[in-house]
Design a protein around this ligand. Structure first.
Ligand code: SF4
Length: 317
């Protein structure tokens, strides 16, 4: 994949979630989180800012909701962003499990990539991380629906989870291959105090260095195995080491997702603790990232979508 990195300006527009994943800081049962949804016009502004900053693509992410108001709102935002950027901003969604019809509507409104992490390809491990009513099989079905709705489809896993073995991680990479995935967003798992999984933190404690190394090895092994997929160097790597994301690029990743959410909302969007850059504004993020990426000898694909080459290869068959 060479040494070019692509930016996706990420807009985390709401931390309201109907689900209760045991590891997540914004799960619905956490009463200590101040809930927010950014007004539509501000979501649009953040995406247009990313476009003007040359990012090429934006990612819209939020807690999982599937009520009609939410589905309509996302559709309106997509249409407005496409209009205000003359169709030139690539859009990825990361909005969880939805009905096929919803995926179809959002695809028609302008999104062309969708990231839905499987979290772990092992259904027994998945069960340990989620309440009874969260289904591994449904998640796989959603990944298939996304493919059918003509998205470039991304998935990913958490690395360094309680109960997780190296065999699980190796199987995760085989899973990426089996479902013929286009993009991967995976990162080290960091405990959040206000979650049920935190009770296992002592037993499964890993140093930042161990976690970072596992994260980088997963990127490297995946890149060797899957040569033409997009792999994101995630913020969780940076939470463990200042230059973690740059190390991720060196290990084989080719996508970076700078935060373009208004800083006043970022403190309340913490899926894990010590999340970096919560007080750095979007233009500071851009400036410091640009410098550090150039310092490792990579270039940035400004104003390019940077789609996964795998998507085009698989469509030929
Ligand atoms: S991981 Fe996603 S779906 Fe699960 S509680 Fe957190 S935001 Fe909601």
């Amino acid at each position: 994949m060479g040494t070019k990195a692509y930016f996706r300006g990420i807009v985390e527009f709401s931390n309201i979630c109907t689900k209760d994943c045991y590891y997540c800081g914004i799960r619905k049962s956490n009463r200590n989180v101040k809930r927010f949804t950014i007004p539509e016009e501000d979501i649009i502004k953040s995406a247009v800012w990313a476009y003007k900053a040359g990012y090429g693509s934006a990612v819209f992410q939020s807690g999982e909701r599937s009520d009609p108001e939410f589905v309509d709102m996302v559709e309106r935002v997509l249409l407005a962003v496409k209009e205000q950027t003359n169709g030139k901003l690539g859009i990825t969604l990361s909005l969880g499990e939805q009905a096929y019809k919803t995926y179809e509507r959002w695809r028609k409104a302008g999104a062309h990539r969708y990231l839905l992490r499987i979290e772990s390809s092992n259904s027994d491990l998945y069960k340990k991380l989620h309440p009874e009513d969260h289904s591994h099989a449904k998640r796989i079905e959603c990944l298939k629906s996304l493919r059918k709705a003509d998205y470039q489809v991304g998935t990913g896993v958490m690395i360094g989870l309680p109960f997780q073995t190296i065999d699980h991680l190796a199987d995760d990479i085989l899973f990426f291959k089996k479902i013929d995935i286009d993009m991967i967003g995976m990162g080290p798992f960091i405990f959040h105090k206000e979650t049920p999984l935190f009770q296992h933190s002592k037993k499964w404690y890993k140093t930042d260095k161990e976690l970072l190394t596992m994260g980088l090895k997963m990127i490297a092994a995946t890149r060797i195995f899957l040569k033409d997929v997009n792999i994101a160097s995630t913020t969780a790597l940076q939470a463990l080491k200042n230059d973690g994301r740059e190390l991720g690029l060196k290990a084989g990743a080719n996508v970076i997702m700078p935060n373009t959410t208004d800083t006043k909302y970022r403190e309340s969007y913490k899926l894990y603790e010590n999340k970096p850059c919560t007080d750095e504004n979007a233009s500071q993020s851009r400036g410091s990232l640009e410098k550090s990426i150039e310092s490792i000898g990579e270039t940035i694909g400004f104003n390019e979508w940077g789609d996964s080459p795998h998507c085009f290869t698989r469509k030929k068959f």
